[in-house]
Design a protein around this ligand. Structure first.
Ligand code: UD1
Ligand code: CA
Length: 450
C-alpha cells in the first residue's frame, strides 16, 4: 500500500506579524516546517510534497532535496492547497496523508496511528481531533447523537452552540487517494473566499461514507502555531520532551525549566547541566561533565569529565578533563587537548592548545598552534592581524610565556623558550632561550628541563 504525504506550508502566516514566513520561524533552532517534514517522511517512507506559496523560494532553498515542492500561487485555502499536489500524486499512491506545517508537535506515532486506522476502514477519511477547553480558533468536530462524525465547522462559520464544542480538528488526515482527488473538486467556496479542506468531511457523509476521528491522547501534541504566543508554547513543549529524554538517559538537569537543549545535541551519562545552559546545533557533550550555569555551546564537541562554567563555545573541540571558565569564549576552530585549563576571560579562535597547557587569565589566542604543557601568562595576546591578513603563531611544548606578552605574528617560540613579563615578541625565540623587553631580544640560554 503506497502512502504519500502532503504538507501545507503556503499560507501567509499573517498572525505571526513577521517578514519571515511562518514555517521558517525557528523552533529550538530548526525551522518549524522541519518537524512536520521529518515526521511525514518517516511515516510514508517517501519524500513529502510540500505546498509552498509565501516565500516559496526561501522555503525551497532551506529544505532543498528533503521534499518535492508545488506552488500554490494564490492562497485560496487548505482544500485548494491540496489540489495543487494532485498532478504529482494522482495514480502514485493509495493513501494520502495531509498535515499542516504549523503543527510541529505531532509525533511520528500519531501520524502512523492515523494511517493504520484509515487502512483498516472502508471510509475515505481518518482525521485527528483533540479535546480542549481553549479552542484557539480551531475548527469544531460535529458529531451526531450516536457519536458519528458529521462534519468540521470552522470557527468563523460556527453557530453559538457549535462554538461550545470541545472536540477540535487537529489538522491531520489520511485520505483514500482516488476519493480525495475527485472530492476536492466538489468543495464550495466559503464566505471568506477559501476552499476549506475540512469540508471534505461533510462531502463524505453526504456520499453515505463514514469518517473516523481519532482523539489525541496527549492534547499537547495538538498545539498549532498561528502567532508568537503559540510559538513559545510549542517551543516549551518540545524542550520539555527533549529534557525528559536526557534525564531518562542518565543526565542530571539541575533545573529543566532553564535548560535549552536542541534536538541535534547528544549528552553522555552522569553529566550535570546547570541552569541557564544552551546546548545548540550538533553539539556533543561527553560523560561526567559539568556544564553551566550560564553557558552556551553551539556545534561543538566536549569530551568526558570536562567542566564548562559560564562560558560560550562555538564550533570548538574540547577533549577530556578540560576546565573552562568562568567567562571564557571558544570561537570557531578552537581545539583544547586533554587536561587544558582555560580560566577566566580567555578567548581562543582557530587555535590548538596541546595537552596540559594552562591559560589562566585574560588572554587572546588566535591562529596559533601551541604544544603540550605550555604556561600562558596572564594577559598574553597573539597579535595575529596586521590590518590585512591573519598571521600564525607557533609555540612549542613547555614554553613559559610571561604575563602581558604580545606575540606579534608570524612568530615562533621554540621548545622550552621563555618570555619576560611585558615583552613584545616580534622575532622568533629559539628553544630554551629567555627573551625580554620591547621589542624582545634573547638574553640568556636556559637549562633543558626533562
Ligand atoms: C486549520 C483548519 C482547522 C484546524 C486548524 C488546526 C482548515 C480550513 N481549517 O485552521 O479546522 O482546526 O487548522 O491547526 O483547514 N495553507 C496553505 N494554503 C492556503 C491556506 C493555508 O498552504 O491557502 C497552510 C498554512 O500554511 C498552514 C495550514 O495550511 O500551514 C493551515 O492553515 P491556517 O490558515 O493556519 O489554518 P487554521 O486557521 O489554523
Ligand atoms: Ca494554523
Amino acid at each position: 500500500m503506497r502512502i504519500r504525504s502532503v504538507i501545507l506550508a503556503a499560507g501567509q502566516g499573517t498572525r505571526m506579524r513577521s517578514k519571515l514566513a511562518k514555517v521558517l520561524h525557528p523552533l529550538l533552532g530548526r525551522p518549524m516546517l522541519q518537524y512536520a517534514l521529518e515526521a511525514a517522511q518517516q511515516v510514508s517512507g517517501a519524500k513529502p510534497i510540500v505546498v509552498v506559496g509565501r516565500d516559496a523560494e526561501a522555503v525551497q532553498q532551506t529544505f532543498g532535496r528533503a521534499a518535492d515542492f508545488v506552488l500554490q500561487e494564490a492562497q485560496l485555502g487548505t482544500g485548494h492547497a491540496v489540489m495543487q499536489a494532485e498532478p504529482l500524486l494522482r495514480g502514485q499512491s493509495d493513501w494520502v496523508l495531509v498535515s499542516y506545517a504549523d503543527m510541529p508537535l505531532l509525533t511520528v506515532e500519531t501520524l502512523r496511528k492515523i494511517v493504520h486506522i484509515q487502512q483498516a476502514h472502508s471510509g475515505p477519511i481518518t482525521m485527528l481531533s483533540l479535546m480542549a477547553d481553549d479552542p484557539r480558533g480551531f475548527g469544531r468536530v460535529v458529531r451526531d447523537a450516536d457519536g458519528r462524525v458529521q462534519g468540521i465547522v470552522e470557527e468563523a462559520q460556527a453557530t453559538t452552540e457549535q462554538l461550545g464544542i470541545h472536540e477540535l480538528n487537529a489538522g491531520l488526515y489520511c485520505f483514500a487517494a482516488d476519493w480525495l482527488w475527485e472530492a476536492l473538486q466538489r468543495i464550495q467556496i466559503s464566505p471568506k473566499g477559501e476552499y476549506y479542506l475540512t469540508d471534505l468531511v461533510e462531502i463524505a457523509i453526504k456520499d453515505g461514507l463514514s469518517v473516523q476521528a481519532h482523539i489525541l491522547e496527549d492534547a499537547e501534541e495538538g498545539i498549532g502555531v498561528n502567532n508568537r504566543i503559540h510559538l513559545a508554547e510549542a517551543e516549551a513543549i518540545l524542550r520539555k520532551r527533549i529534557n525528559r529524554k536526557w534525564m531518562l538517559e542518565g543526565v542530571t538537569l539541575v533545573d529543566p525549566a532553564t535548560t535549552y537543549i536542541e534536538p541535534g545535541v547528544t549528552i553522555g551519562q552522569d553529566t550535570v547541566i546547570w541552569p541557564n545552559t544552551y546546548l545548540q546545533g550538533s553539539t556533543k557533550i561527553g560523560a561526567a561533565c559539568s556544564v553551566g550555569p550560564n553557558t552556551l555551546i553551539r556545534n561543538s564537541v566536549v569530551g568526558d569529565q570536562s567542566t564548562v562554567l559560564a562560558s560560550v563555545l562555538e564550533e570548538a573541540i574540547v577533549e577530556d578533563h578540560v576546565e573552562i571558565g568562568p567567562f571564557s569564549h571558544l570561537r570557531s576552530g578552537a581545539h583544547l587537548a586533554q587536561g587544558v585549563h582555560l580560566g577566566n576571560f580567555g578567548e581562543v579562535k582557530n587555535s590548538y592548545l596541546g595537552p596540559g597547557t594552562k591559560m589562566g587569565h585574560f588572554s587572546y589566542i588566535g591562529d596559533a598552534t601551541i604544544g603540550a604543557e605550555v604556561n600562558i601568562g596572564a594577559g598574553t595576546i597573539t597579535c595575529n592581524f596586521d590590518g590585512e591578513k591573519k598571521n600564525h603563531t607557533e609555540i612549542e611544548a613547555n614554553v613559559f610565556i610571561g604575563s602581558d606578552t604580545m606575540l606579534v605574528a608570524p612568530v615562533k617560540l621554540g621548545e622550552g623558550a621563555r618570555t619576560g613579563a611585558g615583552s613584545v615578541v616580534t622575532k622568533d625565540v629559539p628553544s630554551y632561550t629567555l627573551a625580554v623587553g620591547v621589542p624582545a631580544r634573547p638574553i640568556r640560554k636556559l637549562a633543558k628541563r626533562d
